[in-house]
Design a protein around this ligand. Sequence first.
Ligand code: NAD
Length: 293
Amino acid sequence: MAAMIRKVGVIGSGQMGNGIAHVTALAGFDVVLNDVSADQLNAAIATINANLSRQVAKKIITDGDREKALTRISQTETLDGLADCDLVIETAVEKEDVKRKIFHDLCAVLKPEAIVASNTSSISITRLAASTDRPEKFIGIHFMNPVPLMELVELIRGIATGDATFDAAKEFVAKLGKQIAVSEDFPAFIVNRILLPMINEAIYTLYEGVGNVEAIDAAMRLGAHHPMGPLELADFIGLDTCLSIMQVLHEGLADSKYRPCPLLVKYVEAGWLGRKSQRGFYDYRGEKPVPTR
Ligand SMILES: NC(=O)c1ccc[n+]([C@@H]2O[C@H](COP(=O)([O-])OP(=O)(O)OC[C@H]3O[C@@H](n4cnc5c(N)ncnc54)[C@H](O)[C@@H]3O)[C@@H](O)[C@H]2O)c1
């Protein structure tokens, strides 16, 4: 039961990991943040502090709330540091082999009654659960980006997920003040099943020369009232994550309509991953983003 969740481990301290740690600590849980990179851990704490300070400036929280949330977050570079967590949320890179290895190593040290969750954008929860020693205590808890701002969390049960695990995850998400959408365990679940093919199509539109970056983003911002253009959004999500999700859709649903655009593949191969690498469909090195095509 969620009443027993007090301490939450977060594996991966990239943009999603720092957001999940932020909202979890703010809701009163103790948080242990893990990453393989010490630099990434330090950057995550700095980002959390900056984002909490922004909430203080906007009078959403008090400075006391900010301070308390920060003291609730500790860091660890090894999975041993997560051994006594009641819930561990994995949010490392969107690669199935990386996630499976994490779950295998985590379960060797984690207390048996703890719940394990993945924030995967697309990968089968049933398959990930099978790489643990506790498929009935495994669930998909899929946060949206940026975590402190977005209201929704998708909950995805694997075939073996127990009712107690589902109820505990539901209560935990409610304590964070988020709304739930329940999705069946299908490739990319609900939000990304709809969103990513749209983004991929925008990249095809660019690839085929139908419009340039500026025109495509303006078209969808002003012509469809999307808050961000699809290429801007792809850069924000991370082009590596976008490609991984399209590959999961393409392989999992075996339909050519999900074929990742070759231009997306090329950008990822070049290491142009969007905002996080300072270059994607826009160049972020200057004062304001400049379209690259
Ligand atoms: N970016 C989004 O909009 C978004 C939204 C919802 C869910 N997700 C999912 O969240 C996960 C993380 O995405 P992100 O955008 O935060 O990526 P990111 O690239 O910003 O961060 C990934 C982090 O994982 C760390 N990492 C890699 N291997 C690790 C390991 N073995 N152990 C611990 N840490 C490890 C990296 O050092 C990095 O800090 C992915 O599964 C992604 O699909 C992303």
